[in-house]
Design a protein around this ligand. Structure first.
Ligand SMILES: Nc1ncnc2c1ncn2[C@@H]1O[C@H](COP(=O)(O)OP(=O)(O)OP(=O)(O)O)[C@@H](O)[C@H]1O
Ligand SMILES: [Mg+2]
Length: 294
């Protein structure tokens, strides 16, 4: 396998003119009372990045629905949108073109992350199209790879899980996410070609471990958009298991039209159709991650 299907960042949306119609809600103000019964993990949040440089493999869908499943099981959850496309932000009904401040300001101007968090199904640190310029704006900063890690320090104790959605590239935004993360979940579409990029992702992770974040590990590789009726999909999962063994989650996410419908309504699948098998699949994944330990 050769790591050659790197996909570049693909930000493309109209210019964002900031106007303040989304209320910022410092995470610190919540905490104990609102979530009194919840925390099973004490202490600082476990930070999970969702990464795969291949586009359209369900990074955002997984980051959001797993975050909501964690919340449903009583945990305090922050989702961080590190993708200039702003899909996670939109999936929670927030227009990235209308946010006053976004992760761009956290990374580039080092404003407190609590100023860009809005409360939806889960708390979301929002993205805007500006984020497309963050890599260049940060390129001369000392410590640019650690901007997100530093930003999260403020809220680390307010959450049990921080779920970071990344863009389809291995650029500085993704490097920031991998540097801030304890674990990485890698959604993989069940086609052979989409698996080849995993080697490159592993190489990048190795570089991050050597230079920036020695402890970061792959939590699991998640087969997504599985059409279980096709032989090809079954073979693809088998190849994945042969190559990555125990790293492949037991959970499988099947293809379902609900996954495309829910974001249009600005909700997770878990809220859109709580009883569906699509929602159940992400609850199962949450259970698998929770029982996997630490
Ligand atoms: N299990 C599924 N079945 C059917 N459609 C799905 C499934 N999971 C995600 N989708 C849809 O596929 C599209 C791509 O998913 P998503 O945006 O989560 O991928 P992504 O990896 O975040 O993409 P990008 O690389 O552009 O950020 C979306 O329209 C989403 O609604
Ligand atoms: Mg995405």
């Amino acid at each position: 396998m050769k790591p050659e299907d790197l996909v570049g960042p693909n930000p493309k949306k109209g210019g964002g003119k900031p106007s303040k119609d989304e209320k910022s809600s410092p995470a610190k103000k919540r905490g104990a009372t609102e979530h009194a019964s919840s925390p099973k993990n004490k202490g600082p949040a476990k930070v999970i990045a969702f990464a795969n440089q291949k586009g359209g493999v369900a990074k955002t869908t997984t980051a959001l629905n797993l975050a909501v499943a964690f919340k449903e099981s009583g945990h305090r959850v922050l989702a961080v949108d590190m993708d200039p496309q702003g899909n996670l932000t939109m999936s929670q009904g927030v227009d990235p073109d209308k946010v006053d401040k976004s992760m761009f300001d956290v990374l580039v101007h080092r404003i407190p992350i609590s100023e860009v968090i809005v409360e939806r199904e889960i708390d979301v640190a929002v993205a805007s199209i500006d984020l497309a310029g963050a890599e260049i704006a940060m390129s001369t900063q000392i410590g640019r790879e650690r901007a997100l890690q530093k930003g999260l320090d403020e809220v680390r104790d307010d959450y049990d899980f921080v779920c970071i959605d990344t863009p389809p590239s291995l650029g500085l935004l993704t490097v920031n996410a991998l540097t801030a993360a304890d674990k990485v979940i890698v959604p993989v579409q069940c086609e052979y070609l989409s698996m080849r990029g995993l080697v490159q992702l592993q190489n990048t992770l190795q570089m991050i471990r050597e230079n920036l974040n020695p402890g970061v590990e792959i939590e699991g590789i998640l087969p997504t958009m599985l059409d279980a009726r096709t032989v090809h999909a079954k073979e693809a999962v088998e190849i994945l298991e042969e190559n990555f063994g125990e790293l492949v989650f037991k959970s499988r996410i099947r293809k379902a039209i609900k996954f495309a419908e829910a974001p249009v309504r600005g909700t997770s699948v878990i809220k859109y159709d709580p009883k569906s098998s699509a929602a159940g699949a992400y609850r199962d994944l949450a259970e698998e991650v929770l029982t996997h330990g630490s």
